[in-house]
Write a protein that binds this ligand. Structure first.
Ligand SMILES: Nc1ncnc2c1ncn2[C@@H]1O[C@H](COP(=O)(O)OP(=O)(O)OP(=O)(O)O)[C@@H](O)[C@H]1O
Ligand SMILES: [Mg+2]
Length: 252
């Protein structure tokens, strides 16, 4: 089956080649882990490597900053917008909800005009502003995601995680709605903070089950090897495994 590649080498490998087409995919992470970078890169690579026009919906309040951040990675978003291959929409949750739900909404128009194939929503956490009621929130998110899937787009949604280190204790209702779920975490190893990433679930596909290290470098996200010889990564403060155990069980 065709895969929608992120173009982020290590990540596509973890996803069995990439996302499944027309699915909703969640990237959850603590502040500053790289959610926005991953989303931008998914869209940028889609346009420049895979000929798939894309839309970014962001609730950030500083449009200029968004373009600067992309440019810092060498991604000229303004140029791509001029060519009609990219649309960055700065909006509020109220407006995007309307845009998708109403027939012939603004978003549907953009999607059709550009023949968009990918969309990033950064971040879905902002929908929390729409209601205090968790059940209503889940139904809003569910409707929004389904509307995007009906447009035949491959969606990447980011979500802020309140935990810096360690496991997430919050109810992740949206985790059940999405087709795949990627988690980004900070990990403390030998007195340094590193970033870890893993695929929590992926419907209809095999995926990597291990936890990999990643960094944000000059040209975006770079997924590296798995953490070797460490256990308890998800606790945020892993322990080194006994050497004999490592030699016996961890493949080199
Ligand atoms: N050009 C760059 N080169 C190297 N690292 C960078 C660059 N730009 C950003 N970073 C790193 O990426 C981190 C932020 O990435 P990003 O904005 O994608 O995270 P985020 O998860 O979206 O954050 P937030 O929770 O604030 O939305 C920064 O803290 C910095 O460490
Ligand atoms: Mg961000």
């Amino acid at each position: 089956m065709d895969r929608v590649k992120t173009g982020i080498t290590g990540l596509d490998d973890m996803l069995g080649g990439g996302f499944l087409p027309k699915t909703a995919n969640l990237v959850e992470g603590a502040p500053g882990t790289g959610k926005t970078t991953l989303g931008m890169q998914f869209i940028y690579n889609g346009i420049t490597q895979f000929n798939e026009p894309g839309i970014i919906i962001t609730f950030e309040e500083f449009p200029k900053q968004y373009y600067y951040d992309a440019a810092a990675f060498g991604w000229d978003f303004q140029e791509l917008e001029k060519k009609g291959l990219l649309k960055v929409i700065m909006t509020s949750p109220e407006v995007s909800k309307l845009g998708v739900e109403s027939v012939g909404g603004l978003l549907s128009q953009h999607i059709q005009q550009m023949d968009a194939r990918r969309i990033v929503v950064d971040s879905i956490t902002h929908f929390g502003r729409l209601t205090q009621d968790p059940i209503e929130l889940r139904s809003l998110e569910f409707n929004f995601i389904n509307a995007l899937k009906r447009e035949e787009l491959t969606c990447l949604l980011t979500r802020e995680s309140p935990v810096l280190l360690g496991e997430n204790t919050e109810d992740a209702g949206i985790g059940f709605i999405v087709d795949s779920y990627i988690v980004m975490r900070y990990v403390e190893i030998e007195s340094a903070i590193r970033k870890a990433l893993f695929v929590l679930k992926m419907r209809g596909s095999d995926h990597a089950k291990d936890i990999r290290q990643f960094d944000i470098v000059a040209n975006g996200l770079e997924v590296q090897a798995r953490f070797e010889g460490q256990e308890g990564i998800l606790s945020g403060s892993p322990r080194r495994m006994a050497d004999s155990f490592v030699k016996a069980f961890v493949k080199r």
